[in-house]
Design a protein around this ligand. Structure first.
Ligand code: FAD
Length: 315
């Protein structure tokens, strides 16, 4: 059965996970064990990242295909505009649709590792909003429903998510105002919901949501949460994203006597963050798993969160 689009509202916080394709064939069995463990949390969806410069495009497809065939999970395929003409991007989308994928996270993407600035492909798309627009065009062509179906339909054939940035997008140097303008443009192009970049203080997320609402953004904005159990990983994420890890959090983790205690402290801090955003009205949480299940599942248990339990149902 093809998954339905993730567009209808639910009356509880949604739970979802981000995965990345295995870096090499040896990593695949471990990832698969992780996926099976994550499946037990009955997430509403899992998103699969898409590498720059074509490096993991095929592996994204392979993982998404396997998720569709062998699990009850509802995959969202990340897509970027990097290094592809509009025609090539159209072909990639068509291939995903042929596999049965109905949900996408539309991103502009970062420049390839060897490039500093973003330069669109000469015949390519310039922004994530362009990609959302292209997805809606393809949807119109490929997934057109009859007028009778359209009247009954409560969800669109495709669901399209986009990125949002509580602490500004370090990679583009965009200001908060530009990021909010970009989010509004993505909504106007047809995005259904947004998922945020990592952040470590609830106020960063709540501030972004307040500014976005003020600007006219109405789509759900799901906070992206990294389990804060591994200080080395947090510092790597800080380098990569430019989102500063609070000194107090690093001190709490650094003061632990052993790994078990550090994990416990990290989960407690992260549960506080999750409670802070949910109390402030967040529609759910999207957990950056780094392809590991233990911290993600401990976080959900600590925050008393679980998914729908219903495979491939609309959000
Ligand atoms: P856009 O929304 O197009 O924005 C790009 C820049 O243009 C920003 O500075 C923005 O402010 C500006 N801009 C765009 N439109 C407007 C406008 N109308 N008005 C003013 N300014 C505007 N990257 C990958 O390569 N692969 C992945 O799988 C991946 N997954 C991600 C998942 C999440 C949840 C997030 C948050 C990011 C992810 N990224 C991924 C990173 C993302 O591709 C980069 O952060 C990229 O730099 C910006 O992408 P975007 O979709 O936000 O771009």
């Amino acid at each position: 059965t093809a998954p339905r689009a993730l567009t209808a509202p639910v009356d509880r916080p949604t739970v979802s996970f981000e995965l990345f394709p295995p870096r090499n064939p040896d990593a695949a069995p471990k990832l698969w064990a992780t996926i099976q463990a994550l499946e037990s949390a009955r997430p509403d969806f899992v998103s699969v990242t898409y590498g720059a410069s074509g490096r993991t495009r095929q592996t994204t497809r392979q993982l998404v295909r396997r998720l569709l065939r062998e699990t009850s999970l509802n995959p969202i395929a990340h897509l970027t505009c990097v290094d592809s003409s509009r025609e090539e991007t159209t072909t990639i989308v068509e291939e995903f649709l042929d596999e049965g994928v109905r949900s996408f996270l539309a991103l502009r993407g970062d420049p390839p590792a060897d490039a500093v600035d973003w330069h669109p492909h000469p015949q390519g798309l310039h922004t994530a909003a362009d990609l959302v627009e292209l997805l809606r065009e393809i949807e119109g062509r490929r997934c057109a429903v009859s007028p009778a179906q359209a009247v009954r339909a409560t969800v669109r054939p495709l669901s399209v998510a986009v990125a949002a940035f509580p602490r500004g997008n370090h990679a583009t140097g965009g200001t908060r105002a530009q990021d909010v303008a970009s989010l509004l443009a993505k909504q106007q192009a047809g995005a259904d919901f947004a998922i945020t970049q990592v952040f470590f203080e609830a106020d960063a997320y709540l501030g972004l949501v307040a500014e976005a609402r003020e600007a006219g953004v109405t789509i759900p904005i799901i906070p992206g949460i990294i389990p804060t159990t591994d200080p080395d990983r947090l510092l790597r994420v800080q380098d990569l994203t430019g989102v500063p890890v609070p000194r107090a959090l690093l001190d709490v983790l650094g003061g632990a006597d052993d790994e078990t205690e550090r994990h416990r402290r990290g989960i407690r801090a992260c549960v506080d963050l999750v409670n802070g955003v949910l109390d402030g009205g967040a529609p759910g949480v999207h957990v950056y798993t780094f392809n590991q299940h233990r911290a993600a599942l401990d976080l959900l248990e600590g925050a008393h969160l679980g998914g729908s339990g219903e495979a491939r149902q609309p959000l």
